[in-house]
Design a protein around this ligand. Sequence first.
Ligand code: NI
Length: 248
Amino acid sequence: MQLHLSTWPEVEAYLAKSKAILIPIGSTEQHGPNGLLGTDALCPEIIGSRAGDEAGILVGPTFNVGQAQHHMGFSGTITLRPSTMIAAMMDWAQSLAKHGFERIYWLNGHGGNIATITTAFSEIYHGVSFDRSGANHPPLRCNLRNWWELPGVMDLCRQLFPVGEGCHATPSEVSVTWFGYPQAVKHVAMTPRIAPNGPILDADDYRRRFPDGRIGSDPSQASIEAGEKIVAAAVKAVISEFKQFAAS
Ligand code: NI
């Protein structure tokens, strides 16, 4: 069940039986020569929407621009400052809380977002703690889950791609997007086959170190079939974890 594809009476009816919502959160940033700019937003969206359909979980709109300053040397990347992202996440959370949501499960697709999301949670909780209205607040809880860290998923990715998984523009994430959008499949030769590794600093430094955008990966190994397996494992894990979180 997707918020964007629901009417307000349907959301009101959902709230009568559940106070929990899943929000995919990611980034709009370059993902190497064959990966989509939306990869980090599309992966949690593809997994989240399938979990929503299978288990009747309400899935909110994707928060699809995040912390991507280091990718600004590549065309198409869009980034938010940490302070902007935190402010926007607070407004999303407070809007949902106003309607009665008490559990927000943020399914994240971008490692660079983690520190900012965690800080945003702290700001969200500060908002509740500092409120002296005397209102007896319902317990608002946020949960962060990186999709690649869902139980069983990382093991599966390593099994599918024992060499060249890397850490940016990985064959696993490209496979997930190709499963969701088969029309996006592109066959591009990678030179070198496996990209270099190194630190992530500013945008110019990144482009010098990682000229085609990849870090440590060989995404030419990506396939729709691998994406299907990863999504199936991730959907199963999300449903189980979301249900526990909703009941917590
Ligand atoms: Ni990514």
